[in-house]
Design a protein around this ligand. Structure first.
Ligand code: 6PG
Length: 230
């Protein structure tokens, strides 16, 4: 799955390169993207036109980047420390900041995106993961009101650990030109099937509310996560 997605990612960056356009990409957190980062660092350092890319995050745990929970810390260690990309092109959510102030600051960062649709900043690509409970980014089933928030970023709380997070809202995610879910593992197969098949009760899952209004959405699944799909 990670190799296939790395090729999809490369080809999309090539499209933007040939159009002479910069590309604004939001990365997901969690562990699924790690293999994708490893593959980019191992095989795409010279193939991808990194100076054309601006990197953001779909969500972040409000911890210092040195904390093993930090999504930015993971991506920096696995990828950005290994490629030639200027710091001005990497726009982390600053996990060590005050959450309220950081949500405001990051919303202002997002408002700098060159493309807006309905006055909402539009990413060229948002990469998402999905939890076993159907959450995506840090939009959790017990905080569904954050999905359609008019804000660009919201402060969320992990339902179990109560860890504070900052997350893009569903509003921003659904204004992206491309949305790609990367999902692996048998433990997510039932939720994947419910959402992909648009089953009646799938709307209890935040990931089921991701549907780009003018963009394309793609699921990159491994065999185990896709086991219940024909
Ligand atoms: C986060 C993520 C979150 C993640 C899912 C899946 O910050 O945790 O953005 O939405 O993508 O929880 O996590 P795994 O990839 O670790 O299964």
């Amino acid at each position: 799955m990670a190799h296939a997605f790395a090729e999809f990612f490369f080809e999309l960056t090539e499209e933007y390169k040939s159009d002479g356009k910069q590309m604004h990409i939001a990365l997901s957190g969690g562990s699924t993207p790690h293999l994708f980062f490893d593959i980019l660092a191992a095989a795409y350092t010279s193939r991808i036109n990194w100076k054309n890319l601006h990197i953001y995050w779909g969500d972040e745990r409000m911890v210092p980047e040195s904390d093993p929970d930090s999504n930015y810390g993971d991506a920096r260690r696995l990828l950005f420390d290994k490629i030639a990309i200027a710091p001005v092109q990497v726009h982390p959510i600053i996990g060590s900041n005050n959450p309220e102030l950081e949500a405001k600051r990051y919303s202002e960062v997002l408002n700098q995106l060159p493309v807006k649709i309905n006055d909402i900043p539009s990413f060229d690509l948002i990469i998402l993961g999905m939890g076993e409970d159907g959450h995506t980014a840090s939009l959790f089933p017990n905080q569904m009101h954050l999905i359609d928030s008019v804000a660009l970023c919201e402060i969320a709380k992990h339902p179990v650990s109560a860890q504070k997070r900052i997350s893009l809202t569903g509003t921003v995610i659904n204004h992206a030109r491309h949305v790609a879910f990367l999902i692996t593992g048998e433990n997510k197969a039932e939720v994947v099937a419910s959402i992909v098949k648009k089953e009646a009760d799938s709307k209890k899952y935040p990931a089921a509310h991701i549907a780009p209004i003018a963009g394309k959405m793609v699921y990159y699944l491994d065999q185990k996560a896709a086991t219940l799909l024909t």
